[in-house]
Design a protein around this ligand. Structure first.
Ligand code: 48F
Length: 259
């Protein structure tokens, strides 16, 4: 085995700090911020980055993938209904047809391929970063996000009275899943109305989510389960095709809005 070349601790520290700071500085004024690194957010990030858009994913956990690692009820198998299996082809994710038009794939394989596809396309990620609030401009147009470290947000205010920072962006995409956290912030200020997710109805839910994917307010879009929560659409449970297709459609709409 070859031996390692000499590198000091200080060099390692400088490498981490300068690379992180360079990325963060670039995104102080970005094009698109996607809040949430689940399947819909990752898919949208990949599509936008492939088109040359500067896109940043904000993710509160130290990993990406959201609910896409596990198929449901702590079982690894992910299900996808036709025609979303064509996206699995695009991402080079292996799958089997379980029954007509219903496909299965192992969560870890599908999720890691999707993460790699977003990163390969050029999407950047801030992990352990929690969306806290929106930047609001004239007529309440959303002009970016206010974020803080997840551990800071998790501690009581009396221990960490640490102000967050803002990242300006032309467009913010709420991909936070069932909570629709960005939409909720606007609702709390009485700027828009969030209906809340409906009960489960797989037959209806997936088409409806894709159909309603889009701009919910100037400067803000919703994709994935955040769409269901915003409009009161039925949930679909552990099937993920609509998350991938909503992410893809969301990216197309975002490109139009950026023009
Ligand atoms: O929940 P999640 O996977 O959302 P999605 O892309 O997909 C939903 C499916 O996983 C499944 C389903 C349909 O198949 O019902 O639930 O709509 O991913 C949401 C991501 O957003 C992050 C969260 O940690 C997760 O990775 N997130 C949520 N709130 C915040 C956040 C926040 N305030 N700041 C940063 N990240």
């Amino acid at each position: 085995m070859p031996t390692f070349e000499k590198v000091t601790e200080s060099q390692v520290t400088r490498a981490i700090v300068s690379s992180f700071a360079a990325d963060l500085e670039k995104f102080a004024e970005g094009e698109v911020v996607i809040v949430g690194g689940g399947p819909s957010g990752l898919m949208a990030a990949r599509e936008l980055a492939l088109k040359g858009v500067r896109v940043l994913i904000i993710e509160r956990n130290n990993y990406l993938g959201g609910g896409f690692w596990i198929g449901g009820y702590l079982m690894n198998t992910i299900t996808v209904r036709a025609p979303a299996h064509l996206i699995l082809d695009e991402l080079d994710v292996p799958y089997k047809e379980f029954s007509k038009n219903l496909f299965v794939t192992p969560g870890p394989h599908a999720c890691s391929k999707l993460i790699a596809a977003a990163c390969d396309a050029g999407a950047k990620v801030l992990n352990m970063t929690k969306f806290d609030d929106v930047v609001l401009r004239e007529n309440n147009r959303v002009g970016g996000v206010v974020v803080n470290w997840t551990p800071v947000s998790a501690l009581p205010r009396e221990i960490t009275c640490v102000d967050p920072i803002a990242l300006e962006s032309k467009l913010v995409i709420d991909a936070t899943g069932h909570e629709a956290e960005v939409v909720t912030k606007l609702e709390q200020r009485g700027i828009l109305k969030k209906v809340g997710e409906g009960g489960m109805w797989v037959e209806k839910s997936e088409d409806l989510v894709v159909e309603h994917t889009g701009e919910v307010h100037p400067g803000l879009m919703a994709i994935g389960m955040a769409v269901s929560a915003t409009y009161g659409l039925p949930r679909m449970g552990p099937t993920f095709g609509a998350m991938l297709l909503s992410g893809k459609k969301g990216a197309e709409i975002a490109l139009d809005l950026l023009k």
